[in-house]
Ligand binder design. Structure first.
Ligand SMILES: C[S@@+](CC[C@H](N)C(=O)[O-])C[C@H]1O[C@@H](n2cnc3c(N)ncnc32)[C@H](O)[C@@H]1O
Length: 484
């Protein structure tokens, strides 16, 4: 089986995959109207004929892009509004059932909106928002929108929502993830979301991209369009990025335009904030565009260096609160700290005085090089770092630590942990586990596996809390604390 096919199959089977999370959101919305998938599924044979000439019916379905007036039932976990359009009064394309699920960006539950259908998939259609017409949500305040691209750019979803309400929406996402994927009596009430001190100009890394224009097309350097529309939206300025990044974005755009002939297809740019020393020995913020350059970030009293193209948390303004919260939850009776998926050592360094001995592991050899460098820079002598697959940490951990005195921090990528890692964690059975995730759905899936395993029985879930690392967007970081 090809790599792509097996990836697709794995996503189909994974209840926490983007597609299955979306399906579960829509399924719940359908249930509120007494509908099921059978009421909305489109005939795929009509939708995607394979290489044969399109029949008039198929052509009509392809051209099915009416403007509709509809009301928003709920938000998906990806921040789009869900509407169920009843075609009773309008002509339908062949293959479209009476009810059609619409996904509409930049809207809130309860709102009555006009939208244009962009394209139709088997169970839903993606739309462009034309206007919000009535029943404005109490959470909507359009005066808060600061970006002229909002609604067209896929980057932000919630600029029209006051910040305290954004935190509520994020908490709802965490709740929904646990209700859907880890609905166990052991899960406590989800705590209020940790706010970000800065809600604009916080992003320390952005990656705008462009395709080389064909013929007389204009050059567009920016981000994906909202609502799954093809191509990029041209972005001159991004107000969630820090000031040095905003400044250098202007120059980078000019450089690309001047050198566009040198590009074969297109490219993705890196704009990463870093601190450099001036002639007086003072650090000043600036930007690097070189993946291999060393970037510097300060987190309170700690200094971090890492390769600009490697992973480092993107909102520096919240990192003191974020790492303090992790440290508080390690508690006091811990002698050994395991930092699985440690990256450049953010938690190993900031929590270094929470344990006598720290062991970090990451699959990225350059990140491990940075973690070692960061321990040195911050005069930390009790940390050891290994480059390898996360589960390889259990070999040294079993011989060099005691489970009753060990806390394990887990901070995997979006896809979460694999069962090999979770099985070894269960077997090792540390006193405390702090699971940090940028994808609360895979976190909830992994915790269900862990907590329903016979060896997971002794654990209680002390807390689950969202952290707003990405204000104005639907993304939420989540921290779950387990102990036995
Ligand atoms: C979300 S980042 C967290 C990094 C770090 N904890 C931080 O906050 O800066 C996830 C990290 O997991 C690493 N990673 C991905 N797959 C891995 C695996 N199978 N084993 C170990 N590390 C892995 C990546 O290299 C990345 O550094």
């Amino acid at each position: 089986m090809s790599k792509l096919k097996s990836k697709k199959l794995r996503a189909q089977l994974d209840p926490a995959s983007e597609e299955n999370v979306l399906k579960s959101d829509i399924f719940k919305a359908l249930a509120t109207r007494g509908l099921t998938w059978d009421d909305v599924a489109v005939d795929m044979a009509l939708l995607r004929p394979k290489r044969q000439k399109l029949t008039p019916e198929q052509l009509q379905l392809r051209a099915h892009k009416p403007i509709v007036s509809t009301s928003i039932i709920d938000l998906t976990s990806h921040g789009d509004g869900i509407a169920i359009y009843d075609h009773k009064a309008t002509p339908r394309a062949p293959g479209i059932r009476r009810f059609e699920v619409l996904l509409i960006p930049s809207v809130l539950p309860g709102e009555q909106v006009s939208a244009k259908i962009r394209y139709t998939e088997q169970f839903w259609s993606r739309c462009d928002l034309l206007s919000v017409d009535s029943h404005f949500s109490p959470m909507r305040n359009n005066d808060l929108v600061q970006c002229k691209y909002f609604g067209q750019c896929s980057g932000c979803q919630f600029q029209m929502v006051p910040y305290p309400d954004q935190l509520i929406l994020l908490r709802n996402t965490v709740k929904r993830a646990y209700e859907t994927l880890c609905d166990l009596p052991k899960i406590p009430q989800i705590l209020p979301t940790m706010p970000s001190p800065q809600q604009f100009m916080y992003r320390t890394k952005i990656t705008p991209h462009f395709s080389k224009p064909k013929n007389d097309e204009p050059l567009k350097i920016g981000f994906n369009m909202a609502g799954g529309a093809p191509g990029e939206i041209d972005i001159e300025d991004c107000i969630i990025a820090t000031q040095p990044i905003r400044d250098s974005m202007k120059q980078e755009r000019l450089n690309i335009a001047a050198n566009i002939d040198k590009y074969k297809n297109g490219a993705t740019l890196l704009l990463r904030e870093t601190y450099k020393l001036d002639d007086n020995g003072q650090f000043y913020p600036t930007t690097t565009t070189d993946n291999n350059e060393t970037a510097t970030t300060f987190v309170g009293k700690w200094r971090f260096e890492y390769f600009a193209g490697d992973f480092f948390q993107n909102n520096a303004s919240i990192l003191v609160d974020f790492t303090n919260y992790v440290k508080q939850n390690i508690g006091t009776n811990i002698k050994y700290l395991v930092d699985a998926y440690c990256g450049a050592g953010l938690f190993s360094v900031t929590c270094s005085d929470s344990a006598e001995r720290i062991l970090g592991i990451d699959i990225s050899a350059p990140s491990i090089k940075s973690a070692k460098r960061n321990a040195e820079l911050n005069n930390i002598k009790n940390a050891t770092f290994i480059a390898g697959n996360a589960e390889a940490i259990f070999e040294p951990v079993k011989t060099e630590t005691e489970p009753d005195l060990t806390a394990v921090i887990i901070d995997p990528p979006r896809k979460g942990c694999d069962t090999k890692f979770l099985n070894q964690l269960l077997e090792f059975s540390p006193k405390k586990i702090i699971y940090i995730s940028c994808n609360v759905f895979t976190q909830a899936r992994d915790l269900k596996y862990f907590l329903t395993h016979p060896s997971g029985a002794p654990y209680t879930v002390e807390s689950v809390r969202g952290v707003d690392l990405f204000p104005q967007t639907r993304h939420v970081e989540s921290i779950a604390v387990l102990s036995r």
